[in-house]
Unconditional design. Structure first.
Length: 169
């Protein structure tokens, strides 16, 4: 298993060829993705060992894709969140407002933490830069600017095009 590949957990994996869980499993296997099928009633699918519970997973997971009705898996919400997947796919018929809300809360908390860290790093950077330059060269602020700066033919920033009020919008 390539450690750089994104591991996909298939919650509600099936051996039945007409099921989307089975089709997704086969397609992911064909494309070379490490897959972990989950189904308490199965031991293997096409030679791949099936785990009976999310609690058995002890590796990093990129995606959890769900192929079960909510009433069959909603008791596992905390285990899904505990895997810390980069994404959770709720396939048609598996939608859950409770899981969606919990995932939004986690994402929101993470975004706030990241934003706080950015503010902290900007303050540290400003302090560091200002400690290295003379008084007349000190910076007042560090401004986020996501668009590339327009440059002259000699690759210098056209500073006259930018002012702090425009950039902070």
């Amino acid at each position: 298993m390539n450690e750089n590949q994104k591991t996909v957990v298939i919650l509600g994996a099936s051996k039945k060829a007409d099921r989307y869980a089975y089709k997704a499993f086969n397609l992911l296997q064909e494309k070379g993705y490490p897959t972990i099928p989950i189904n308490p009633a199965l031991d293997e699918i096409n030679g791949v060992k099936v785990k009976h519970s999310l609690k058995e997973i002890d590796i990093s997971v990129d995606t959890v894709t769900i192929y079960m009705r909510p009433e069959r898996w909603e008791t596992q919400i905390e285990e899904i969140i505990g895997l810390k997947p980069q994404r959770v796919v709720l396939n048609p018929g598996t939608e859950s407002e409770e899981l969606e809300q919990k995932l939004k809360e986690i994402t929101s908390d993470a975004s706030i933490k990241i934003e706080d860290k950015v503010v902290e790093l900007k303050a540290d950077l400003l302090e560091y830069i200002n400690s290295k330059v003379n008084k007349s060269s000190k910076l007042q602020d560090i401004i986020d600017y996501v668009e590339p700066f327009k440059k002259t033919a000699t690759n210098k920033i056209k500073r006259y095009l930018y002012n702090a009020e425009d950039v902070k919008k």
